[in-house]
Ligand binder design. Structure first.
Ligand code: ZN
Length: 450
């Protein structure tokens, strides 16, 4: 058994000082309070690693390449054209190298598990690889190299728009029939190792007909179900024209949406949708850094959380990867629109950082079908905040989280243990050099070919 001794730790019951965590076989075997002995190595503040519920890892490779104004008005749809051009040439090795870079950055910034919403399935011509789940293996190998926990969410994608519109050329690498997807889903399971798990991701109501949605869901009766919903007002209008209902309204009325579901974005909600969504037990997978980058809009977090809705965070396009930045952006978007402060908190948990962190911890674990927290029997996925960092020194209890989330700077996270193994040391992932080198080679190749 390996023991880690922290100055303070965030436990399910709240913050506690002088906590010694015993780890055996990657799992937390004991959590005890004890005094520091003269030779006991003492770490700083321990918080549980968060689940990043929404990533398209390959998009890490185009971060920064879509900030140039085009001839018309730039929005999500013009960004998507840039993204389609980028992915046109990616082969499985490049996907693995880019994903590994993204996963290193996640482990360095507070995430210990990723929900990979994986839709780049086929070769550049749009034909299945000899192993139909070839690129799922790229993702799984990136997770294995970096040590991050993986929830693989193979995406079913069949249409360009509502009502079964045929796909466009830029989507050829995503497209499957339901039968093909059943094979892809089975083959993807074979890529998983360790504590990786699998769910299913019908891409959106744009890309999936109701019949296909039900058929795809039936392939995975117990795992997570993730779907993009209501990210864009244009999408809401198109859904209304197609069905007479808004996307979330349609899902609430026509599916068995429950605690296994995670609706990604769900940006544009009415009050009724907030209430119905909250009552369903499903999780809203918010990606506010990407949503801000894409100009999607602002999620009605105050209204939805008041209705006891559940949230989690995702890094989505991976334009930037940082758990604290996502949590901060959720609160700041509310402040800017309401011209008010300290909005997402309760009387019982008045610290905004504490409240948001705990929401993202429980919502994230639910969305990825795992349990999260520093408690006996759970995976030893632990993040150490540096107690001697200028932003964190002398902080106590939830002010530690407030300081990390709102005032954290590079170096705030000192270490990360994933399944009990220390994968981040002195703020750097242990495989950072090798992963970065492979990533640079891939990007150089892509830029030279462009
Ligand atoms: Zn997405």
């Amino acid at each position: 058994m390996n023991f880690l001794h922290f100055e303070a730790a965030l436990l399910p019951t709240g913050w506690a000082d002088d906590i010694c965590i015993g780890i055996s076989g990657g799992v937390i075997a004991s959590v005890e309070q004890r005094q520091a002995g003269p030779h006991t190595p003492v770490h700083g503040f321990a918080v549980p690693g968060l689940c990043n519920v929404h990533s398209h890892a390959f998009q890490r490779g185009m971060a920064g390449c879509s900030e140039i104004r085009g001839p018309g008005r730039d929005d999500f749809w013009s960004w998507r054209q840039v993204m389609y051009r980028f992915l046109d040439r990616l082969e499985p090795d490049a996907i693995a190298a880019i994903a590994a870079m993204a996963y290193v950055e996640m482990l360095e910034t507070g995430y210990t598990r990723v929900g990979e919403f994986h839709y780049l399935h086929h070769d550049p011509r749009g034909l299945p690889y000899a192993n139909i789940a070839e690129t799922a293996h790229s993702i799984a190998s990136a997770a294995e190299i970096t040590g991050i926990g993986l929830t693989l969410l193979p995406v079913f994608y069949a249409h360009a728009d509502f009502g079964g519109t045929p796909p466009v050329d830029g989507q050829r690498r995503f497209i499957s029939s339901v039968d093909m997807f059943a094979d892809l889903f089975d083959a993807s399971k074979k890529a998983l190792t360790g504590d990786a798990n699998i769910g299913v991701a019908p891409h959106s109501l744009r890309a999936v007909t109701p019949e296909e949605l039900y058929a795809v869901q039936a392939l995975c009766p117990d795992g997570p179900v993730h779907m993009h919903a209501a990210e864009q007002t244009k999408e809401v209008d198109a859904c209304l024209a197609w069905s007479g209902a808004r996307p979330v309204q349609w899902l609430l009325a026509n599916t068995d949406i429950d605690r296994r579901w995670c609706l990604i974005h769900a940006t544009h909600l009415t009050s009724d949708e907030c209430d119905g969504f909250a009552k369903s037990g499903a999780v809203a997978g918010l990606c506010p850094v990407t949503e801000a980058n894409l100009g999607d809009g602002i999620f009605p977090a105050e209204r939805y959380l008041q209705a006891s809705g559940r949230i989690a965070t995702g890094t989505d396009s991976n334009i930037l990867i940082d758990a604290a930045a996502e949590l901060r952006a959720i609160e700041y978007s509310q402040r800017l629109s309401a011209r008010s402060r300290n909005m997402l908190a309760t009387a019982a948990q008045p610290s905004v950082g504490g409240y948001l962190f705990n929401q993202a911890l429980s919502g994230g674990a639910r969305a990825l079908g795992v349990e999260g927290g520093i408690a006996v029997g759970l995976s030893a996925d632990i993040v150490e905040l540096n107690a001697l960092h200028p932003s964190l020194v002398e902080k106590r209890n939830d002010m530690i989280l407030d300081s990390w989330i709102f005032a954290g700077r590079p170096g705030s996270i000192k270490s990360t243990w994933r399944r009990g193994k220390k994968v981040v040391e002195n703020s750097r992932h242990i495989a950072s050099d090798d992963v970065t080198k492979a990533y640079l080679n891939v990007i150089r190749g892509l830029m030279h070919d462009a």
